[in-house]
Write a protein that binds this ligand. Structure first.
Ligand code: PMP
Length: 387
């Protein structure tokens, strides 16, 4: 039906394809029957395979079955969902929390509930696509500031100071660049201008901060963030999204967020698995420590090779390439060399910023990381990216 479109994307090196992947041993995958090191996962702490997480999920399936059956406003919810929300609220130090079917659904539900016609949303240029989708649906005026440019943020707030509501939205840890938002500055600017702050902590939760609570924990911020959004799909190792904030925010979203109201509730098994994952994060800080040790080892080696890791300061370590076709070839070559790391092209990243997105896991062994580093060395040299 769309052969023209497909060949146009292919010609530009922008055609995306799906891969069938099976789990291998350790942090490896099996692709086309071949074992490869996985440098692509957001399962940063390896909790999706943790025996306690799997066991909690199995027990919940035995008790509740697999699906929730309907929207929570139609069929209610199990105790596991209630417990998970209490757990998220305490983890994020807020009064309340509300879970959504996914992080994407959370963003497209929260944002239009809070900002609408006549309001202004001010967003970092490198925020996640689901945030921009939420902004688009909201019908609020969207103003984008250059990545982490606090002067521009202030200028915009100044210009729009008479608007009814101003909502600033930022990723906590940027998903494709691995750098951290200047949230302290954002909070203090917002305070001065009476704006609301929303942070998407999808990649920071479980990873950043002394207790793994995310960007606020990392930067020592106690309050001033009105809406803390996150996902259960990354370090938590499960699926689903959430918002944490004050009780009136949660009560309001239950009544207003369409992607909460008109979709089936999260499966109880996923909720039970997520609770177990939060338990592990709190009880076993050594897992997070291992992730950071792996990050340190790999980052040093990769930068030592002369590869450009962009702005990375976390477990997300992009290898900046630039050209789309070259990026695609790099990723294909890595796969031939036994390493899976995806090429990330526009529109996920800005034009000319194509990269290989590599991510660290706490469960990577040194040998797996060495295989990754070696493959980057070989592919980098062959493609003339490093000498
Ligand atoms: N926010 C950010 C910053 C993300 O990176 C993602 C997913 N990649 C989402 C939201 C959406 O979360 P989910 O995968 O749970 O839909």
């Amino acid at each position: 039906m769309f052969p023209g479109e497909i060949s146009r994307l292919k010609g530009k090196g922008l055609l995306r394809k799906l891969l069938v992947v099976e789990p291998g041993e350790g942090s490896c995958l099996v692709i086309d029957g071949k074992k490869v090191v996985n440098l692509s996962s957001n399962n940063y702490l390896g909790l999706s395979n943790h025996p306690r997480v799997k066991e909690a999920s199995i027990r919940a399936i035995e008790r509740y079955g697999t699906g929730a059956g309907a929207s929570r406003l139609i069929s209610g919810h199990t105790n596991t969902i209630k417990e998970l929300e209490e757990r998220i609220a305490s983890f994020k130090s807020t009064e309340a929390a509300l879970v959504f079917g996914s992080g994407y659904l959370a963003n497209i539900g929260i944002i239009p509930s809070i900002a609408g016609d006549g309001d202004v949303i001010i967003a970092d240029r490198l925020n996640h696509a689901s945030i921009f989708e939420g902004c688009r649906i909201s019908r609020a005026r969207l103003l984008i500031y250059k990545h982490k440019d606090m002067n521009q943020l202030e200028e915009i707030l100044h210009t729009y100071s008479s608007c009814k509501r101003r909502l600033i939205i930022t990723d906590g840890l940027f998903s494709m660049d691995g750098d951290i938002a200047p949230l302290k500055d954002i909070v203090s600017i917002a305070k001065r201008f009476g704006a609301l702050v929303m942070v998407d902590d999808a990649h920071a939760t479980g990873v950043l901060g002394k207790s793994g609570r995310g960007t606020m924990d990392h930067l020592g911020i106690k309050d001033g963030v009105d809406i803390q959004m996150g996902t259960l799909s990354k370090a938590i190792g499960c699926y689903g999204g959430y918002v944490a904030g004050d009780k009136s925010l949660v009560d309001y979203l239950i009544n207003k967020a369409r992607s909460f109201m008109f979709t089936t509730a999260l499966s109880p098994a996923i909720a039970a698995a997520s609770i177990a994952a939060f338990d592990i994060i709190e009880e076993m800080p050594e897992i997070r420590k291992r992730l950071w040790e792996n990050r340190g080892y790999y980052f040093k080696a990769v930068t030592g090779l002369g590869l450009d890791t962009g702005m990375s300061e976390s477990q997300i370590i992009p290898i900046m390439i630039g050209d789309d076709k070259r990026g695609l070839r790099f990723s294909e070559r890595l796969l031939e060399l036994g390493v899976y790391a995806p090429v990330i092209r526009p529109p996920t990243v800005p034009k000319g910023k194509t990269r290989i997105r590599t991510t660290m896991m706490a469960t990577h062994t040194k040998e797996e990381l060495d295989r990754g580093i070696n493959a980057l060395r070989v592919a980098g040299r062959e493609l003339g990216i490093i000498s």
